[in-house]
Design a protein around this ligand. Structure first.
Ligand code: ATP
Ligand code: MG
Length: 258
């Protein structure tokens, strides 16, 4: 019986720590533009690549809607930008510095993300939004919740921000969970925000509120979305097909740039 538990723990406890980047970086000085240079990615050797020789420049402060068919590589591309996956070929630069040099810690401090398979952890709603920061700031939690359009819902709960989350968010609706994930991504005031269908369970009104509030924030945004209304808020539309960019249009000027 014990060895079974020990084995489960060993998966975590004996994992080699992630090496940090060779560079000491002051992330305050990094401009949040993202550049992908001839990036290819395959999940395993011998498998076909999911991203093929993709080059893309996303300028600081831009908002990009990433669209494409299911399975075309959108989530994979976001995971590469987040540093969760390392390109098989090519490199990704943030603020002109290669992600290999920046190291995972600096990359994570720069980016806030809501991914498709995100979960909540056991603890209060406030702790979840503040990513279990032991010295979290209640005011910032509230601010993030307001932008994510979940503050009122939380204050209407009998225990408010102290409501306990159990079983990865049982008791909360899909849309409520998504808005909490969003508040969690915003809490750290990231310079880059990456959303993978993060508003797909919201009603149109709530989604418009969130997207509009995000649009006014000074950060670089890359958003995977399917709804026309969400895409319309972006300044640029990038369409992927089978791991390559097939369309890249500026929506604010409605002209093809590449
Ligand atoms: N962990 C993995 N191991 C192996 N192959 C994977 C893995 N994750 C995704 N893939 C494959 O990579 C391809 C792209 O997947 P990805 O999740 O990036 O698609 P997507 O564009 O985000 O799709 P969706 O719109 O359905 O979320 C798919 O063919 C998928 O089967
Ligand atoms: Mg996906």
């Amino acid at each position: 019986m014990l060895s079974l538990h020990a084995e489960r723990l060993a998966d975590i406890a004996l994992e080699t720590p992630e090496p940090d980047g060779p560079m000491e970086t002051d992330i305050e000085c990094i401009k949040p533009h993202i550049e992908l240079r001839h990036v290819s990615y395959r999940y395993a050797q011998g498998e076909p690549s999911v991203i093929h020789n993709l080059s893309l420049m996303i300028h600081a402060g831009d908002s990009v809607a990433l669209v494409g068919r299911s399975g075309c590589g959108k989530t994979t591309l976001l995971k590469l930008i987040l540093g969760l996956l390392t390109p098989t070929e090519g490199e990704i630069l943030i603020g002109g510095i290669s992600m290999r040099q920046l190291g995972p810690q600096a990359c994570r401090n720069l980016v806030g993300a809501v991914m498709q398979e995100d979960q909540l952890l056991a603890g209060s709603l406030a702790e979840n939004i503040a990513c279990f920061d032991p010295h979290f700031c209640q005011e910032r939690v509230k601010e993030a919740a307001q932008i994510a359009d979940i503050h009122k819902t939380i204050t209407n709960m009998p225990m408010g921000y102290q409501t306990l989350v159990t079983d990865m968010g049982a008791g909360l609706s899909g849309g409520q969970k998504q808005r909490i994930f969003l508040a969690r991504a915003l809490y750290r005031k990231p310079k880059i925000l990456v959303l993978d269908e993060a508003t797909s369970n919201l009603d149109l009104h709530s989604e418009q509120h969130v997207i509009k509030a995000l649009g006014e924030m000074p950060m670089t945004r890359v958003i995977i979305a399917h709804r026309r209304e969400t895409i319309a808020f972006a300044k640029r539309l990038v369409c992927l097909d089978k791991g390559v960019v097939v369309e890249d249009v500026r929506l604010d000027e409605a002209r093809v740039t590449e």
